[in-house]
Structures are given as structure tokens and as C-alpha cells.
Ligand binder design. Structure first.
Ligand code: GDP
Ligand code: MG
Length: 695
């Protein structure tokens, strides 16, 4: 046998499958690779044309198979099934995914499918000449990093880039290099994907060739082929499919859409995010309205102002709309207090119920309208897709501080509650990013801190400016988070930045059910906390604020009786440390109690000031009592808001931080640095304000 003959009959070293959307230039690439060495046949059993060819490259025999052109790898069309089965069953050493650079977003959809399947893929970014003539330039290196697969630019019609493509393809095939990233589908979908994938593994399914995760996603997409396989090949397949159907129904009722659409949305979100970063366009030709909105909302110049305007508007709205119902609740609790006072004889029991329980729990419950409005606004922004834009807009800023926009999502959740926010840092891949985000997330002002601001701003600022004052506190939290992240990233958590895609899912009309459900879940948490933890804390704090009572005739040196109690003494011990911030021992009591949870600052202030001189009860009386207290002024109130913003949010969040960071050292660090920072910032504000004459 001659070497000539061996070269044509011997099995190829590497099998390459060419995939791509119709008209992406697949055949042109195929011809550029193989020249005249082609063979046309059919795929077994179907009348889909199968073109094959060969080529020697750098001493390696390459066999190329031209797959049918497809937009996806679902089981909808014959072409898709053929292409998919070839990749799954024949296991080519590498798939070259030919992508039309002038129509990148749409073409990358198929790429996400290969990424999901976990096969070695090289993207051939074809038609860059057309893209460039339309004013689009693509940063292939960045795109490659974001997608986690190699990307090689090419102009197949002029055979440009083909040699490089082959070189990268051979390398990828030899190393068996699979995609380095995954499309993530968001909290709701991800939890179900993981659940079903686990069930598949338990039933003996899922291999390196056909990953369980991929099967789970396909089952959620109601893929007939995969369903059939599960039914035939897996033990208890019927049960598994029944479970899948229940999950699909559940998803549909929560999302208000098919699971298929929701999954596709997320894939487009991944793609849009990658393109928005890696593609720069001079000739703007947005096609659909979603892109048109994004062109404005995520633009370099307008993005940040729009974001700030929306957030400012949100707080304004929450504060203004929430004020009347809050007033009604205050009146209602005031009545309740007066009614119960009349019912019970004067004495400790009356004081416990009226000042302790109704004052404490009521003082927290009156904020339910505002909390619900805040959560409604957050749910709307999340469900409509704007939150992702907000994260995208700040992404570029975040790079400057050594984080990326993805860290901003936990931080945004932090506006609601720090506990889920810290847990949301799990989506971050690098430990350094995660720790940094965890350490700064408590600076995002959570819902429980809002009541403190509302109480203080309501007492010391005119209604027209109160909303702006509160917004400024939130903004300061964000700014401090940015500064601290920068500090941590350049000191204790120094290291390189890992790139990844910021998803930009299409805008959606939020469903009434989904929005209300999300709002309700969060608001209910708040109410539950008021009924349990805060009730218990209120009773304890009431006792600390009431006992021991000074024996008749004790000289209190002009201070109220409360100074004699346990809490009063703790406050006095703390006073020297917080005096430079403009706070006295009464504030010290509230701040100490507030370490348990921020709502308790309000209920403690309420109890402290209603156990004091005042005859009336209820929030208006507390505001009045605060105004009457000579140590308070708008400046002190503002310094107090800032202290409350920065020092540890609550015990629960600190426990979660401890667990997620995996070491009590990080917990101790978080507690100490936030208290120190809170002191410093309040000091600067109070002393600075006095120097400027606001005292
Ligand atoms: P297929 O459907 O993916 O097989 O696409 P074809 O290979 O048939 O190509 C579709 C059209 O695009 C043909 O007219 C090609 O000549 C043209 N084409 C392919 N690659 C390029 C390229 O890189 N630049 C330009 N300008 N045209 C290309
Ligand atoms: Mg073709």
C-alpha cells in the first residue's frame, strides 16, 4: 500500500462538524476548507443532504461534515434533529459554529445551544466585512472571553481567516476544550433546572456526552425527543416526566409564559449582554423596540442619569404615596393605645401593653404601606427587565472599582433585605468577587432601615424635602459600597477580574400575579418579623427601659426616670463614645437594641419616648417628643440616619454572612469595619455640619 492511498482511506485524525444558521456562510467556509475534496450524500434515513470533505492541515487529517443550517437545536424541525443527533451521537471532535457577524445576536442563539450541550466549539465569526461596512466593530477577544469559547474572525468569501480557524479548531479538538461558561437562567428557572437534573442523575441518566443539565433544560422546553428518551431509558421515567409537567405548570403560572419562552428570553439576555459589551456600533440601526429602549437606557451618557432619576423617582413615590395610609395606621394604633389604656388600670401591665407592645410592634407595623410600595417598585423593576439594565449600566463603573455589574444584582436585592442579598452572591464565580460583594452589600440600605429614615425625616424635615433626604442616605450607601469595594479589591482581596456576561433579557410586561406575589412574599416576611422577633424584643426592651425603678425620693439630677433603668445605664455608658456624633444616651439605647434588627431602632425610640414624659402614645407623639428633645436637630437626625445606614443591619444577616463567607473572621471583620465606618461618617457629617453652621 502506498502512502498516497493511506492518506485517503485512513480514518481522519480529527472530525469537524460545521454548524450555523442558514446563510451564515457555512457552505462557503466548507469550500474554503476542503477545496474540491467533497462528497455529497444523505444523512441516514432522511433526505437531508450531507456534504463531507477532507483536508490535511499541519500534518493532521481533517474530516469536515457540513451540518444542515439551523437556528437552534430544539426538536422542532428535521434539520435541527439531524444536526443535533449528529453532534450527540457521532461526537465530532470539534464543532465549528459559523456565525454571521452582521447579524450577531440572532446567530449566537445557536452558539448558546452548543455551549449548553458542552461540546468543544469554535465560533467562526464570518462576514466581518459586512459587519464593518455597517459600522459595527467586534472585539473578538472580549467576545471569546464572555462566551467562554474561541472566536476566530473570518471573511470566508475571500478565504480570509480560514487558516487561523483550522489552527484553533485542531487545537480545541486535541485538547477536547469544552466551553468555559454556562448560560444562567435566573433564580426561579435555575432552581428547577437543578432539581430536575438531580432527578435525572438519580435515575441513572446524564453522561459526559449528554449532560443532565442539558436534558433538564430540554425537558423544561418540552422537547419530544428527550422526553421519549427519558421514558424509555431511565428507571421511573414516567414519574420524572410527571414531575417535569408539574414544574412546567408552576413556572407558567409564576412567569405568565411558557417555560420555553422564559428559557429563550434568558439565552437572548446572555447574548444581548455579551454583544452590548463586545460590539461597538457607529451606525446605529436598532431593529426592535427593546433594542431601541436599550440604546437610550444603557447609553454611555444617559444610562447613569436615567438610572438615578428612576431610583430617585421610586423613593419619592414610595414616600409620598405611602404617607397617607401610614397616617391612618398611626391613628389606628393611637386609638388602640388610648382604648387599652382606658380599659386597664394604671400600672406595669398597662405600660407593658400600651408602651411596650402596641408602641413597639405598632411602631414597626405602621411602615407596612411604605415597605409594600418599595417592594412593589423593586418587583416591577425586576420583572420588567430594567434591573438587568441597571446592573449593565453600572457594570462599566464597577470595573473601575474591581467588580463587575453582576455584583450589583446582590447589591440591588440588598435594597430589599440583606439576607437574600448575601445569598445571591453565590452566582459570582470568583471567591474574591464574592467576599468583596458580601462585605459591601450590607451598605445597601435594606427595607428595615427605611422606617428609621421615615421617622426621623418625618420629624425633622419638611414633607417636600423628606423624600430627597432619604434618597441621599440611600445614595450615600451606594457610594460607600463602591469606595469600600475599591479599597478591599486593592488591599485584602486583591486579584484579577474575571470577565463574564451581563445578561440583558428582553423587556417584558410584568404580570400582575407575578409582581403581586413577589411583593407579598417580601411584605409578609416583614409583618411576620414584627409579630415575632420584634414583639419579643419589644417586651424585653420595655422591661429594660422600665426596671429597676428609682425608689421614691431618689435624686435623678433632673434626668427622667428612665435614666435609672438598665437600658438607661447602658445608654449612659455608651454616651461618651457617641457624644461626638451628637447622640445622647437615649440614642445609645436605640442603637444597641438595633443591632438585633433595624426596625427595633424605631420601636425602641418609640418606647423610650413614650415611657418618658409624654402622655399620648402613637407615632405622631413620638415625632413630637423627638422634636422636643433639645439634643435633636435636623443635623443630628441626619447623622443618626447615616449611622443606621452603615452599622450592621441585623443579626440574621450577620449569621448568613458568617455561613456564606465560611469563617467567623470575616464576620468579625464585617461587624467591626461597619461600626467604625458608621462612627466616622456620622462624625464627619455632624461635626462638618456644625462647622458649616447647621448645628
Ligand atoms: P450557508 O447557507 O450557511 O451555507 O451560506 P453560504 O455559504 O451559501 O453563503 C451565503 C452567501 O453569503 C453567499 O452568497 C456567500 O458568497 C456569502 N458569503 C459567505 N461568506 C461571506 C463573507 O465572509 N463575506 C461576504 N461579504 N459574503 C459572504
Ligand atoms: Mg449551505
Amino acid at each position: 500500500m502506498t502512502t498516497e492511498a493511506a492518506a485517503t482511506t485512513a480514518p481522519a485524525d480529527i472530525v469537524v462538524a460545521l454548524a450555523g444558521n442558514p446563510n451564515a456562510g457555512k457552505t462557503t467556509v466548507f469550500n474554503a476548507i476542503t477545496g474540491a475534496h467533497q462528497h455529497v450524500g444523505n444523512y441516514p434515513g432522511v433526505t437531508v443532504e450531507k456534504k463531507e470533505g477532507g483536508r490535511r492541515f499541519d500534518g493532521v487529517a481533517i474530516h469536515v461534515v457540513d451540518l444542515p443550517g439551523t437556528y437552534s437545536l430544539t426538536a422542532y424541525s428535521l434539520e435541527e434533529v439531524v444536526a443535533r443527533n449528529y453532534v450527540i451521537e457521532e461526537r465530532p471532535d470539534v464543532v465549528i459554529d459559523v456565525v454571521d457577524a452582521s447579524n450577531l445576536e440572532r446567530n449566537l442563539y445557536l452558539t448558546t445551544q452548543f455551549i449548553e450541550l458542552g461540546v468543544p466549539v469554535v465560533v467562526c465569526l464570518n462576514m466581518v466585512d459586512v459587519a464593518e461596512s455597517r459600522g459595527r466593530s467586534i472585539d473578538t477577544e472580549l467576545l471569546s472571553e464572555l462566551l467562554g469559547v474561541p472566536v476566530v474572525p473570518a471573511v470566508a468569501s475571500r478565504a480570509e481567516g480560514i487558516e487561523e480557524l483550522l489552527r484553533v479548531a485542531v487545537e480545541t479538538a486535541r485538547e477536547g476544550r469544552v466551553p468555559q461558561r454556562q448560560v444562567r437562567y435566573g433564580r426561579e428557572l435555575e432552581s428547577h433546572i437543578v432539581e430536575i437534573a438531580d432527578l435525572i442523575v438519580q435515575a441513572g441518566g446524564g453522561t459526559r456526552e449528554v449532560p443532565a443539565r442539558w436534558m433538564a433544560i430540554k425537558l423544561l422546553e418540552d422537547d419530544d425527543e428527550v422526553r421519549r428518551e427519558v421514558e424509555e431509558a431511565l428507571e421511573d421515567g414516567d414519574n420524572l416526566l410527571a414531575r417535569v409537567d408539574r414544574v412546567r405548570a408552576h413556572l407558567e403560572s409564576v412567569i405568565g409564559d411558557d417555560a420555553e419562552l422564559a428559557l429563550a428570553d434568558r439565552r437572548y439576555g446572555f447574548i444581548n449582554g455579551a454583544c452590548a459589551e463586545a460590539v461597538s456600533s457607529s451606525a446605529e440601526t436598532p431593529v426592535d423596540w427593546s433594542e431601541r429602549i436599550d440604546a437610550v437606557v444603557t447609553s454611555r451618557i444617559l444610562g447613569i442619569p436615567i438610572f438615578l432619576l428612576l431610583m430617585g423617582g421610586m423613593f419619592e413615590l414610595v414616600f409620598r404615596l405611602g404617607a397617607p395610609p401610614m397616617g391612618w395606621l398611626e391613628t389606628a394604633f393611637g386609638w388602640l393605645g388610648t382604648y387599652v389604656s382606658a380599659l386597664l388600670p394604671d400600672g406595669p401591665l398597662q405600660s407593658l401593653i400600651v408602651d411596650g407592645i402596641i408602641g413597639g410592634v405598632g411602631g414597626v407595623l405602621v411602615f407596612v404601606p411604605q415597605i409594600m410600595l418599595l417592594f412593589l417598585a423593586i418587583s416591577l423593576l425586576e420583572d420588567s427587565g430594567y434591573m438587568s439594565r441597571a446592573a449593565f449600566v453600572v457594570d462599566k463603573l464597577m470595573h473601575h472599582i474591581g467588580l463587575h455589574g453582576k455584583s450589583f444584582i446582590p447589591m440591588l436585592i440588598g435594597f430589599g433585605c440583606t439576607v437574600p442579598a448575601i445569598m445571591a452572591t453565590r452566582t459570582l464565580e470568583s471567591r474574591r468577587d464574592r467576599l468583596t460583594t458580601m462585605l459591601v452589600t450590607p451598605l445597601m440600605s435594606c427595607g428595615a432601615r427605611l422606617p428609621v429614615y421615615v421617622l426621623l425625616a418625618g420629624a425633622f424635615f419638611a414633607p417636600q424635602v423628606a423624600g430627597k433626604v432619604i434618597f441621599s442616605v440611600y445614595l450615600l450607601g451606594v457610594l460607600l459600597a463602591i469606595v469600600m469595594a475599591r479599597v478591599f479589591r486593592s488591599t485584602i482581596l486583591r486579584g484579577p477580574l474575571t470577565p463574564f456576561v451581563m445578561e440583558l433579557p428582553p423587556y417584558r410586561m410584568p404580570t400582575l400575579k407575578g409582581t403581586l406575589l413577589h411583593m407579598w412574599e417580601r411584605a409578609w416576611c416583614y409583618v411576620k418579623k414584627a409579630g415575632t422577633v420584634i414583639l419579643a424584643a419589644s417586651v424585653i426592651i420595655w422591661a429594660l427601659l422600665t426596671y429597676p425603678q428609682p425608689p421614691a425620693g431618689t435624686d435623678l439630677a433632673g434626668e427622667p426616670e428612665i435614666a435609672y433603668t438598665v437600658a438607661g445605664r447602658i445608654g449612659h455608658i455608651l454616651e461618651p463614645a457617641i457624644r461626638p456624633l451628637g447622640f445622647d444616651w437615649k440614642v445609645g439605647i436605640s442603637l444597641t437594641a438595633g443591632l438585633a434588627a433595624k426596625e427595633i431602632v424605631v420601636s425602641t425610640l418609640a418606647t423610650t419616648y413614650s415611657i418618658g414624659e409624654s402622655e399620648e402614645s402613637g407615632a405622631p407623639a413620638v415625632r413630637e417628643a423627638l422634636r422636643q428633645d433639645p439634643i435633636f436637630s435636623p443635623l443630628v437626625a441626619y447623622a443618626l440616619m447615616i449611622f443606621v445606614l452603615i452599622y450592621p443591619p441585623c443579626i440574621a444577616s450577620m449569621v448568613v454572612l458568617w455561613r456564606e463567607a465560611g469563617s467567623w473572621k470575616w464576620l468579625a471583620f464585617a461587624v467591626l469595619y461597619t461600626i467604625a465606618l458608621a462612627w466616622l461618617m456620622s462624625f464627619i457629617v455632624y461635626q462638618g455640619g456644625r462647622l458649616l453652621g447647621f448645628g
